[in-house]
Design a protein around this ligand. Structure first.
Ligand code: AMP
Ligand code: MG
Length: 328
């Protein structure tokens, strides 16, 4: 029922891309790779198709979707583009940077989760760009996991969650970034908001905008409903541990550990990453591996780096953790 295909990443075969684009145009669902995590895509302008995304994921319908585009002209048809958006698109796109702007009428309410704004992004992945281009429509896509589960960063994880539920999965191998895009609200030129830290670092965005990205207050938080939900969690409890602090109380013969440094306490399995970027890249796949291995608990090292990808990684860990959140 679900077809799969593995195109050449840098030069995707036109037959594969047009097959996937036909499904999108016919109102179906296609999971595809991006540089951040795999997306579950549908025609963003077709409300029936978008509804199927929420259904396949079991996602609350007030959690809006990001519209993925393959060129800047497409953005102008969807949202009101301001100066800040022009600068960011020109400087960074394609990139793990999502812009929230005032929506035009053309975007169905279901795609926007009923809001008057919309989120747009140009992904930095040749397969994704070819698919959007061939579909001749923006593609609405959240991560291709069941709602609440860790985002899929490889083909196997997508297949595990979505096989039998959608028309097609495109295998693009392992992703590069591993956590979702940074989402910023730039509708108000006097007050830019960081809605979700992610793959693109706050520092470079602030430098380019020559302005700070502010923390949303409770009112503007309501405007990014996704931030309300518990997310990214494996079925195994996640405990955050800061290096140098007291070792967590875990069962040495069944616990797992992941981080950039040796834990210094006994666990059954561990994954050590070379640096923070690799930690972010391997986080969700690590969660899923430890879950398959039936570990009793996952101890995750609190990233020492709070800048760059470290901010996004800290956010994902905090939201997947059950206890023991420690800040530096
Ligand atoms: P996901 O699709 O799971 O990667 O989540 C998309 C994120 O973008 C969520 O956190 C949403 O709340 C946020 N988002 C999407 N559209 C909007 C919007 N119009 N306004 C504010 N946040 C949005
Ligand atoms: Mg998601």
């Amino acid at each position: 029922m679900t077809i799969t295909a593995k195109p050449n990443k840098w030069n995707p075969e036109p037959e594969i891309i047009s097959r996937a684009a036909e499904i999108i145009r016919a109102g179906g669902l296609v999971a595809f790779p991006t540089e951040t995590v795999y997306g579950l895509g549908a025609d963003a302008l077709n409300p029936e198709a978008v509804r199927k995304i929420y259904e396949a994921k079991g996602r609350p319908s007030d959690n809006p979707l990001i519209l993925h585009v393959s060129n800047v002209a497409q953005v102008r048809e969807l949202v009101y583009v301001n100066d800040a958006a022009e600068v960011l698109m020109k400087t960074f796109w394609p990139a793990p940077l999502t812009l929230v702007l005032k929506a035009k009428e053309i975007i169905p309410s279901v795609t926007r989760g009923g809001l008057d704004t919309a989120a747009v992004r140009m992904p930095n992945n040749p397969i994704a760009l070819a698919l959007i281009e061939a579909s001749r429509t923006p593609i609405a896509a959240p991560s291709a996991n069941l709602s609440g589960r860790p985002s899929p960063t490889d083909f196997e994880s997508v297949s595990h969650d979505m096989n039998g539920k959608i028309e097609m999965i495109i295998d693009g191998g392992d992703v590069e970034v591993g956590i979702e895009s940074t989402v910023i609200d730039i509708t108000d030129p006097k007050k830019f908001l960081m809605l979700r830290p992610g793959g693109m670092s706050r520092e470079v965005i602030e430098e380019t905008l020559k302005a700070r990205l502010e923390v949303p207050n409770s009112e503007s938080k309501k405007r990014s409903p996704g931030t309300r939900y518990r997310h990214y969690a494996p079925d195994v409890p996640v405990v955050i541990w800061r290096r140098g602090s007291r070792p967590p109380t875990v069962e040495a013969d069944s616990a797992a550990y992941m981080g950039t440094h040796e834990p210094g306490f006994e666990v059954r399995e561990k994954i050590l990453f070379d640096d923070t970027a690799n930690y972010a890249r391997g986080l969700f796949a690590g969660f899923r591996k430890f879950e398959r291995d039936e570990c009793s608990c996952i101890v995750a090292q609190w990233p020492e780096d709070s800048s760059g990808i470290g901010e996004g990684l800290r956010d994902r860990l905090t939201r997947s953790a059950t206890s023991g959140v420690m800040y530096n």
